[in-house]
Design a protein around this ligand. Sequence first.
Ligand code: AMP
Length: 420
Amino acid sequence: MKFKSVKGTKDILPEDIFKWHFVEQKIRSIMHTFNYREIRTPVFEETALFSRGIGELTDIVGKEMYTFPDRSGTSLTLKPEMTAAVMRAYLQNNLGEQQPLTKVYYISPMFRQERPQAGRLRQFHQFGAESIGSSNPTSDAEIISLSNQIYKSFEIRNFKTSINSVGCEKCRPQYKEILKNHLMGFAQKLSEESQKRLEQNPLRILDSKNETDRELTKNAPLVKDHLCEECANHFSEVQQILNKLNVPYSIDGRIVRGLDYYTKTAYEIVSSDLGSQDALAGGGRYDLLVEQIGGKITPSVGFAAGIERLLMTLEKGNVFSGNDISPDVFIAAADDLGKIWAIETAMKLRNVGIPSEIDFLNRSLKAQMREADRQKARFVIVAGATEIEKQSFTIKNMQTGVQMDVPSSEILNHFQNETR
Ligand code: AMP
């Protein structure tokens, strides 16, 4: 074969698409019960939106973006995450002027040039939500419980929510200094990656996956213990509301999230059913982002979750069996007259919403019956010159094997009753 899909990308094949429909429908329905409305933004944006919105020092902007000049020389980037794009759309379309609180969700492909492995792709899909315009801890709690509710509704058991506060522009700089001073004591022993972060982004060292880094930073000071009064109160209120809502969570002072724009709440949901890439979702508050991309300060909170990872956990639970798309009726033709009748009748059935199929490959009647079986059709009608002359057709129920003769004038009614 000459062409292959690009490394880190995957085809979603027709035999698997029902799984995607299943999860997307459920996600939409839960988003709607929380009164979030869908937003769709273009697949690419101007590069500067992401470099400014996500932060030059992050892995995403530093080494993972698919960036290219278009034919007029403008630098464009395939979206690596959705929040900056949503906020751009929010500003450009004055959504905040139409309503003081904007609640939106999305389901969209994302693009990051990461090293592909199980659960990590270069084109992957996320769903997520953003609640824009409120600094109230109730909004943080709503976002966390919304993401929880989605996993609960899929009956996923082995997932865990951990929350933290990363402070704000008032308390974080001081904490950064305290952390830096602490890390300086053993800087040379840290991994190369962490040493690079020491100056500019020392918080990220705390969520390093490197075992030595983790051991070395075991007793590092945590930002949650160095919050200003406002951030400390906010964090404690978020916890109180989550307690009231019976959302299970634990506090993990090491969660800092990869992106620069987080303030106050940061949280993650992980699943023990996944391998080393165990993060199902992550999110938090980002009060400073809108200002960074040219709007006025707009407190906001949101989350993003991977669909492939959700599917991986669902596949373990066998929740998909028997949900594939299949025709209700397969019309098998015994001869040339039967073929015409078959396509006409299939069209009539389709017009009233009954999924129907016929043979397109001039197969023998026996082979058509086998094909109907392979496609898991519920009923087969056999049509040929004899049936057309008698105006009576045999309908076979493929599950029970029972056959019955139905006059042609009754066929539509028959299936409308049977498949209701
Ligand atoms: P992030 O925007 O990095 O916080 O990612 C949010 C969620 O998206 C993660 O928890 C994963 O479930 C998923 N995710 C992130 N990166 C990838 C990737 N490269 N491949 C598949 N899923 C991903």
